[in-house]
Design a protein around this ligand. Sequence first.
Ligand SMILES: C[S@@+](CC[C@H](N)C(=O)[O-])C[C@H]1O[C@@H](n2cnc3c(N)ncnc32)[C@H](O)[C@@H]1O
Length: 360
Amino acid sequence: MTGYFIESLIMSVAIQFNCLFNQRLSVHNFSCAFLFRMRESKRGQSSLLTEGAKAELPASNEKFDVDYGVGLHFRSMEPPESPIHNISDTARWVAVYRARESERPDAVFRDPFAQRLAGERGQQIAASMPFAEKNSWPFVARTWLIDRLISEQVRGEIDTVVNLAAGLDARPYRMDLPRSLQWVEVDLPEILAHKEEVLGQEKPVCALERVRLDLSDVHTRRELFLQLGQRANRVLVVTEGLLVYLTAEEAAALGNDLAAQPAFQHWILDLASPALLKMLAKKMGAPLDQAGIPLKFAPETGPEFFTRCGWKPEQIHSLMHAAAKIKRLPLFLRLIAMISPARFQPNRPWSGVCLMGKHR
Ligand SMILES: C[S@@+](CC[C@H](N)C(=O)[O-])C[C@H]1O[C@@H](n2cnc3c(N)ncnc32)[C@H](O)[C@@H]1O
């Protein structure tokens, strides 16, 4: 009870601090609008004063500059065009955080390919997401946790890993994996073509295959799952960074299709709580919404959502607690991690990685 109170207090101070910072930005925007109106009114374009500056602004994405004659140069108040053009650009974006972690002397994993894979576009996308830039620890903790779970699983009886929405993940090249392991990557054609171009000369440590497939094509994905299920004895499925872009119905349908294959024994997924989704939508949702890929999936029931599909959570790891363990949390979150429970709670900002197993 006391822990909950202290946690709420710290959280509220942190949020207030954040609000103050945001208010400064709003005041800045307001000043820009005010100056803009003053200048336009001097020109005699009084419509701007009556209908508001926005009424006369060019259509979105049409950038223009306003020079106030005092050496300051303001950009339009329209949100800048998002450098994220499609869902596969999110793969470039998250690869940036793997590249940065890899450069640290105390890196918890090393991905020597991430920098090249993310490329200039990845850096531009990351730069357009200031909230994620300041809070990149969930991406690092997620990779670290999933690396550990995969290592654990492939030491057991798993003979095939199926990485759905693999993006620019380079685990088959950078992890210590059995040479006999089959690894199948599935993603959209464009991002896999880019990946193959960058990794062309590199050698994976295990048998690697890539399948270009739109996973929303239910009929074709079922055929693929059937084929993979017949070929393998024990499959581990990974869907890192995919589910949040699905609706609840799409996530459940995917869970069902995976569960339908007896050989698909385990599934590693990452999840956000409804409270976190709300926060992320506010703090960094705009460029994703603009690109037509809003964050959607955050089930009230957390990992238990997939029990209806035939999956049960075997391990649940909070990203914040994992990040605390690997020392990637900012100070105030370290305090919160110390006093808050690691378990899923829908009404608190929570994200985690889960190892799901089949219902017997
Ligand atoms: C956030 S990225 C994650 C990539 C990778 N798993 C990682 O963690 O680095 C999301 C990935 O989902 C893929 N994706 C989204 N919708 C998809 C679909 N319908 N079919 C195939 N891949 C899809 C994107 O192309 C992108 O590579």
